[in-house]
Design a protein around this ligand. Structure first.
Ligand code: NI
Length: 118
């Protein structure tokens, strides 16, 4: 098996000709200086993996077809739903089903990883 190691911000190892990216989430988050600005750091199947820093309130919205996964890496995310609030903390994730209205809010800065359809 031939191993190729290249470093371009993230490590890429080619196994049997297929590139495999090792993404350091902390490194991807570090340069982000705007809240609610989603940065795509990976693609797989029909999905994208994004990271973001969140602070303050967002807005009420829903997604027609896609479920949305919020994985909290740091901080405390409040997801407001029409029926009540859900609190998501470090190491926890929640999946918001499509069509369900939600409004994320971060009282203090929150770091999240999101998985959604491309
Ligand atoms: Ni949403």
């Amino acid at each position: 098996m031939k191993l190729l190691l290249v470093s371009v911000g993230m490590v890429m190892v080619a196994l049997q000709g297929v590139p495999v990216h090792v993404v350091n989430v902390k490194n991807e988050l570090a340069p982000i200086n705007r809240y609610w600005d989603l940065k795509t750091v990976g693609l797989f199947n029909e999905h994208k993996v994004q990271v973001a820093k969140l602070k303050g309130p967002f807005k009420w919205h829903h997604h027609e077809k896609e479920d949305e996964l919020f994985f909290v890496l740091k901080g405390h995310l409040i997801l407001h739903f029409r029926d009540g609030d859900v609190h998501v903390r470090d190491g926890e994730f929640v999946i918001v089903p499509h069509l369900v209205e939600h409004n994320p809010e971060a009282v203090e800065e929150v770091e999240v990883l999101l998985i959604k359809l491309q």
